[in-house]
Design a protein around this ligand. Structure first.
Ligand code: CO
Length: 267
């Protein structure tokens, strides 16, 4: 069953979403050469306690035994990378996935950034980031009541394919609200015109996980870290999105602050 949230509940989701977007951006701003991913995790934990009234909790820490306050996935790591001793190098691409709840409502969001600055991307990693981001933005712009969920999935897949990249199929976006993972799953591929319709008040985490090479993945022996089988880089962007009367609203507006200044990826 897909939950539908009331205007008052959507207001609470806006507050939680903005808090998680602020936390994500604060973590992204600490990504630079020489920093360890464990240091970013420590910052995330302590910064979370300073936001709002101090009662926000990480959705990662303790989730099925996950040991950190956010996921940090570097280069060929797609999702669920565990922060630790790894030292970030100029040109690494780093996906930060931050989720958590505030006053009983959840925000879930992800962005992939480059260590150093935009000038440290290769032509290929630049294309990967641009295509992944574009697939997310295109999907969100199409969300409104009366559209099939699978239309959104199809649009992500199509945008990624047109950009010459591949969509990971084993993991999906999801409904989100009072819980991190609610119905329905939101695949990043599929035929249009199938499955449930979107309705006003639905809240979905849209999260394309995209690879530069082949789509095949495997899970490392740590039981969490998902990597590409061909070891080529991957990217991941995510918003928590509410379906309103005639459009969608991004509840985790991390795009309002960019670690490299406005719009560097659009050019
Ligand atoms: Co998610």
């Amino acid at each position: 069953m897909i939950n539908v949230y009331t205007p008052a509940e959507l207001d609470a989701l806006r507050v939680a979403g903005r808090l998680m977007a602020d936390l994500l951006n604060a973590c992204c701003e600490r990504i630079r050469p020489g920093v360890t991913t464990g240091e970013i995790d420590a910052f995330c934990r302590s910064h979370l306690r300073t936001l709002g009234d101090g009662t926000a909790v990480s959705g990662c820490l303790g989730y099925m035994g996950y040991p950190a306050s956010l996921c940090i996935s570097v280069n060929e790591e797609v999702i669920h990378g565990i922060p630790g001793a790894r030292v970030l190098q100029r040109g690494d691409i780093v996906s930060l996935d931050v989720c958590g709840s505030y006053h009983g409502f959840v925000g879930d969001n992800t962005r992939t950034v480059v260590v150093g600055g935009p000038g440290d991307l290769t032509a290929e990693t630049r294309r990967l980031l641009r295509v992944t981001r574009q697939s997310l933005e295109t999907a969100v712009l199409a969300m409104r009541p009366g559209v099939h969920l699978s239309d959104i999935s199809h649009l992500v897949e199509k945008t990624v394919a047109e950009g010459g990249c591949s969509v990971v199929r084993e993991y999906t976006g999801h409904g989100v609200g009072r819980h991190l993972h609610e119905d329905p799953p939101v695949p990043n591929y599929g035929k249009p015109g199938r499955g449930p319709y979107l309705h006003e008040g639905m809240v979905l985490a849209i999260e394309p996980m995209v690879t530069l090479g082949k789509p095949a993945i495997r899970v490392l022996p740590d039981g969490w870290t998902v990597v590409t089988r061909d070891s080529l880089p991957a990217a991941h962007f995510e918003y928590t999105v509410a379906v309103l009367k005639d459009r969608a609203e991004i509840l985790t507006p991390w795009f309002e602050r960019d670690p490299f200044g406005p719009d560097w990826m659009a050019g």
